[in-house]
Design a protein around this ligand. Structure first.
Ligand code: DAH
Length: 360
């Protein structure tokens, strides 16, 4: 029986010393594999006397079982250890701030649109979108711009090609973001408060005009929205956008087919040594068009003008970006000049918020 004790001590020690699954497999083969020592000892039982066999048989069987379960336990422990080691090695603190992107910047137009969205979100405006290839009805008719209206020429519209034999009015590249008013009203109904930032297109090119530029449309319709609400909203917006408390706006009577009454809005500013300052001085700079939405526009969008009213406004995003960040030439926005982008671009993680700061 000393043999059994010896075998037991030897193989259990080997199991304890095994560093990996391959080593465990070697122990298994050497102990209880077909040609293992315990298996051979079991085979030797036949040559024993019945008395010897009665003692050695159960002892060897018990040893084989003990080694098998020691092997299984060691194997489980090894794979636990391997998993723990992997978890420790692959550990990552997901709450750490990401490394700043070394290359690439946010374009000033994107930055300014994000700033505007943050300010208007705080005033309860959601963001609405519409297609850049727009149909004639949404871009013009629904906005009370009838076919013979001079505004259709003034807009220097890009028309899409029509298929042969198609006599419907051609689609256009939208000339302003105002058609999103119609789409938002049709899609969401009233009451509504939305802004619609996006690209617009007109066939025009000089120092202050590019064939593609950006507008931001605003629309607020409820039962009792008035010009006073429009004025307050735009003043709040300008105060937050230009970060001057003393902003002063001038509402100049104007005409747009889709608003009645209509007003163009100028902001008080000064030009000193080529430097623009908002909120002081004796100059006025036009920044947007606005007015009370025309009853015909509401009706075209399926809203009862006897029950609902409100304001709309449209501003040029590029122009405000130029004013705010002192960018002199509009065309540079679209040149994709890397040196310009590095100079005027914004860090990717400088997301504008009212809390963290709108301007940089
Ligand atoms: N759609 C006009 C344009 O592109 C801008 C505009 C003026 C929009 C007055 C409005 C508005 O919503 O009320 O010239």
């Amino acid at each position: 029986m000393d043999d059994v004790a010896e075998l037991r001590a030897k193989h259990l020690a080997a199991i304890a010393a095994a560093a990996d699954e391959a080593a465990l497999e070697e122990v298994r083969l050497a102990a209880i594999g077909k040609k293992g020592e315990v298996a051979l000892a079991l085979r030797g039982l036949g040559a024993m006397s019945p008395e010897e066999r009665q003692v050695a048989g159960p002892a060897l069987n018990a040893l084989r079982d003990e080694i098998a379960s020691a092997l299984a336990a060691a194997k489980a422990a090894l794979s636990d250890a391997a998993l723990s080691a992997r978890l420790a090695a692959e550990w990552l603190d997901v709450s750490l701030p990401p490394r700043p992107a070394a290359q690439g910047t946010i374009h000033p137009i994107s930055q300014v649109m994000d700033e505007m969205a943050a300010i208007f979100a705080d005033l309860g405006f959601a963001v609405a979108e519409g297609p850049q290839v727009e149909d004639d009805w949404h871009n013009f008719d629904a906005l009370n711009i009838v076919p013979e209206h001079p505004a259709r020429q003034e807009h220097d519209t890009f028309y899409m090609a029509r298929a042969d034999g198609d006599n419907r009015p051609p689609h256009v590249l939208r000339t302003h973001t105002s058609p999103v008013q119609i789409r938002a009203l049709q899609g969401q109904g009233v009451p509504i408060r939305v802004i619609a930032p996006g690209r617009v297109y007109r066939a025009d090119y000089d120092q202050t005009h590019t064939p593609m530029f950006h507008q931001l449309e605003g629309l607020a319709i409820d039962r009792d929205v008035t010009m006073a609400n429009l004025k307050w909203t735009l003043e709040e917006f300008c105060r937050a956008m230009f970060e001057v408390d003393g902003v002063e706006l001038k509402f100049r009577a104007s005409h747009f087919p889709f608003t009645e009454p209509s007003a163009e809005v100028d902001i008080r500013c000064s030009w000193k040594d080529g430097q623009l300052k908002i909120g002081e001085g004796d100059d006025w700079l036009e920044i947007l068009g606005s007015g009370m939405v025309h009853p015909k526009v509401l009706a075209a969008a399926g809203v009862d003008p006897g029950q609902w009213q409100g304001f709309a406004f449209g501003l040029g995003v590029d122009r405000i970006a130029m004013l705010k960040y002192g960018i002199p030439d509009l065309r540079a926005f679209f040149d994709s000049d890397l040196r310009w982008l590095r100079h005027y671009g914004f860090a990717a993680l400088d997301v504008p918020t009212l809390q963290g700061g709108i301007s940089r």
